[in-house]
Design a protein around this ligand. Structure first.
Ligand code: ADP
Ligand code: GLC
Length: 486
């Protein structure tokens, strides 16, 4: 493209500023990756507590007296280099976003009761910016909405009759559908005429994700396999009919890894930087990790989990498979938080297996890097996984992924079966999803591979050479964006 074109990316999270999962990593990486393809992305995020202070040369570029119960303005600015030099637009609406603690949850751990209003407000402002532009003269030609939190943005745009800005919605996880009571219709500024099956009505409720899926010019999701899976009732989770209906506008584009942030040679969070040619330094990270987590050194592999602890991730199966893992001399490290039951079960497993199982219930970005570097195996036995980033970070760090055959996991890991080993393409172990037997066999196969040191190192090198960056996917987004320009 001769000159760059403007894109407004709208999301509830963006790394490294606010993150609860992979959504943030992707939203934070896309602007940099697409700049090279000729797109100028500005990212609209809620101004959660303390965020405005992290902007350089902040400037108010939009304001309104009343937005879902209070005044609001949009503050534009860049983040510091250490925060990724992002071009941000922060929706500063203190009555909605200036709250302590987790971004979606109150102090009791429940969703904020007004989450529908909070994210409808975000989406409303996104649509307004797309419709009329900002006071600094900037106006996007494309609006990209991420997940249910931004699902209403394409809808508001469409209902306003705007036809010179294209919209797309990216599904990072269809399990979260943005459901709200029908009685909120007016407060969310939604037209009653669209509260129908062909609109955003979903079993008597409003679904903001469905609103986006029905109105956006295109739908993307984060891996080719998940795009196929979404057409299935099992994975479409009630929205498979909508996906079927819009399937000619559905694209599966694999997420990539930010190769600068995730590089074992330069990672400042790890003690011993390394590359494929000095895997001995990786082993030093393993020793350090054993120390950090109080694991007794042993001959078997260190298995690790860095994850939200939810049903999606299939980690209950790891608990059930623990006797097999420990029986083969494996050890296990878990960094994660989420469901109270899983937190308690892992904590208990660590107590009963001191020196062999260690758990940190919490969220710790720097520690996650030390785990990717120090562990031997990263376990991701998800029941479904739209893309999954942890297995890609693991590949990059020469930590072999043990994953289930679903979504992006199936698209990124090549099972070390005989043919793949002989052809020199294997990078991990792939097992059937939601199967304890499958997982246990996978654990055993990992232990067998680990015992063959030469083979293991070859697998590590192969894993580290995988093209997990954004390259081809950035091009796919760019091609799609071009086709959408109105
Ligand atoms: P999801 O978005 O479904 O949670 P992904 O694999 O796409 O799954 O992304 C998860 C991201 O969150 C990764 O960057 C992972 O390292 C990070 N992460 C998950 N749990 C933790 C934790 N407890 N501490 C630090 N990072 C975590
Ligand atoms: C979601 C999915 C995960 C994906 C991430 C980024 O959180 O659960 O699989 O990698 O979004 O797209």
């Amino acid at each position: 493209m001769e000159k760059s074109e403007n894109v407004l990316s709208v999301a509830s999270e963006c790394a490294p500023l606010v993150k609860t999962g992979g959504l943030a990593d992707v939203v934070g990486a896309l602007p940099g990756e697409l700049a090279g393809e000729g797109w100028r992305l500005r990212t609209l995020l809620p101004a959660y507590q303390g965020l405005v202070k992290r902007l350089k040369s902040a400037k108010v570029v939009w304001s309104v007296n009343k937005l879902m119960g209070g005044p609001a303005r949009v503050v534009a600015g860049k983040t510091l280099k250490k925060d990724g030099s992002l071009d941000l637009l922060l929706l500063d609406a203190p009555h909605l976003f200036d709250r302590p603690g987790a971004i979606y949850l109150n102090s009791k751990g429940d969703d904020w009761a007004d989450n529908p209003q909070r994210y409808a407000a975000l989406s409303w402002v996104a649509a307004e910016i797309a419709r009329t532009g900002l006071s600094d003269g900037w106006r996007p030609r494309i609006l990209q909405a991420h997940d249910w939190q931004a699902g209403l943005a394409p809808a508001y745009l469409k209902y306003a009759g705007t036809d010179d800005v294209a919209s797309l919605i990216t599904i990072h996880n269809i399990a979260f559908q943005g459901l709200a009571r029908a009685s909120l219709l007016k407060r969310l500024r939604l037209p009653a005429t669209q509260f129908v099956k062909d609109g955003f009505e979903y079993w008597g409720k409003i679904s903001t994700l469905k609103a986006g899926l029905m109105t956006a010019d295109a739908i993307t999701t984060v891996s080719p396999t998940y795009a196929q899976e979404l057409l299935d009732p099992e994975f479409g989770m009630g929205l498979d009919g909508v996906i079927q209906y819009r399937r000619d506008k559905l694209y599966g584009i694999l997420n990539g890894v930010d190769l600068k942030a995730w590089n074992p040679k330069t990672d400042r969070d790890i003690l011993f930087p390394y590359g494929p040619r000095n895997l001995a330094a990786k082993a030093k990270n393993t020793r350090a990790l054993e120390d950090e987590f109080g694991l007794t050194p042993g001959d078997g592999p260190v298995f690790a989990i860095v994850s939200r602890l939810t049903h999606q991730k299939g980690l209950d199966l790891v608990l059930d498979g623990l006797p097999a893992l420990l029986g083969r001399g494996g050890r296990l490290i878990i960094l994660g938080s989420g469901d109270a039951e899983l937190e308690a079960a892992f904590t208990k497993a660590a107590k009963t297996n001191r020196g062999r199982v260690a758990v940190h219930i919490g969220y710790d970005e720097a520690q996650s890097h030390r785990i990717y570097a120090g562990a031997d195996v990263m376990v991701v036995p998800s029941r479904f996984e739209p893309c999954g980033l942890t297995q890609m970070y693991a590949l990059r760090y020469g930590t072999l992924p043990l994953v289930s055959r679903t979504g992006g996991l199936a698209d990124t890991v090549i099972d070390a079966n005989e043919a793949a080993i002989r052809s020199g393409v294997a990078t991990g172990v792939v097992v059937a999803p939601d199967s304890l037997d499958g997982l246990v066999r996978g654990i055993e196969r990992m232990c067998d591979l680990f015992a063959d040191r030469t083979l293991w190192q070859n697998l590590q090198k192969r894993a580290m050479a995988q093209p997990v960056g954004w390259g081809p996917s950035a091009t796919s987004y760019s091609t799609l964006f071009k086709s959408l320009l109105k």
